[in-house]
Every structure is written in C-alpha cells, then in structure tokens.
Unconditional design. Structure first.
Length: 194
C-alpha cells in the first residue's frame, strides 16, 4: 500500500512538472499567483518528541498566501509516512494519521475599509492559530485554537515582522484535565522577507 501511494505521488508530481514546462510562455508559471505551496519529505534522526528517541520520515504539505484581506500559513503532516523506528508511530502503524497547524489572519483594516495604521504598525488582523493532532482515539487527540489580535510591523529593512497576541481555547488535549476550557495565552513574532 505504501509503495503504491508513493508511486502515485511521484507520477502526479512528475506529470505536473512536465505539464507546467509544456505550458505556453504567456500563461502564468504557477497554479496560483497568490497561493504558494510545497510538498516536502522530512526526515529526522535521533530526535525526541517526549521521552523516547525517534527516527521518522514523513510527508508534509505546506502553504502560505496573502491576498487582499486574507493572510495564511499552514502545514499538514502525515507522521511516519515513509517509515521510522519502533517508537515512531504514525499513519501506517496505529499512531496519529494527521497533524496540522494553520494560521489564518483576517485584515481588520481591509474588511472595515479603514486605515488603522500608525507608527510602524501597518495593518491589523483578527489572528488565529489552530493546532490539531488527529490521533486514533480520544486519548490521542489534541485540538487547540488560539485567537486574538495581530499586526504587521514595518522595520525599515527588507524584512517585516508579524506580531500576534492570542488567548487559547483548549478542546481535546490527549485526555488532560484542561479540555474544553480557556487555558492560557500565546505571543508570537515572525519575520518575513519581502
């Protein structure tokens, strides 16, 4: 089954590459000029996620976008998609088949047609960060939603900063006592090269 999926994925990737190369020169080179994406194979060796050492090779889909009022970053992982050691559990061996994190932000400035910028703060957002571990049962599932206020900061350099402050709502949490309640805060800064 794994080899069939791997072969199918390779065929799709190669056919997309050849189709893009055969396209007319006056057409856009990419599927979208604002939705950027990649498919990655990520290998880790001798890493710890918890108390045990893991070796893992997994499949990852990653995307980022910015268009009008919508700003997005996210990824989806299929753990142990291409194998791992005996302590690594994932999609094929009764571990979590899917782990994802998405960070959609919605521009308050553009949705309200109001310029809220001042000083180095150029645009304001309703910021979200959603983390989900599908697991195989309730004790293996995790689902967290961070929501709050975000802004883009002009640094005067070729890079800018994205700053978000969130409140955390915890849904599932591997059976822990803080499920289904507000549980903490998060502060996140990202630099972006433009």
């Amino acid at each position: 089954m794994k080899k069939t999926l791997l072969a199918a994925g390779a065929v799709v990737a190669l056919s997309t590459t050849f189709a893009a190369g055969a396209a007319e020169n006056d057409k856009p080179q990419y599927l979208s000029d604002w939705w950027h994406q990649s498919v990655n194979v990520v290998g880790s060796y001798h890493t710890r996620f918890g108390p045990q050492i893991r070796n893992d090779t997994y499949l990852e889909y990653e995307a980022f976008a910015k268009k009008d009022w919508f700003d997005f970053y996210g990824y989806i992982d299929a753990p142990v998609f291409f194998g791992g050691n005996s302590t690594a559990k994932g999609i094929w061996n009764k571990g979590s088949p899917l782990f994802m994190e998405i960070e959609p932000r919605f521009s308050i400035d553009k949705l309200t047609n109001t310029d809220l910028s001042f000083g180095p703060f150029k645009e304001w957002y309703f910021a979200n960060n959603y983390i989900y571990d599908m697991g195989r049962n309730d004790s293996q599932e995790q689902s967290t939603w961070y929501m709050g206020l975000g802004t883009d900061i002009d640094t005067g350099l070729p890079m800018s900063l994205s700053l978000n402050v969130y409140a955390k709502y915890q849904w599932q949490n591997y059976g822990a006592s803080n499920e289904n309640e507000w549980d903490g805060y998060r502060f996140k800064v990202k630099y972006l090269c433009r």
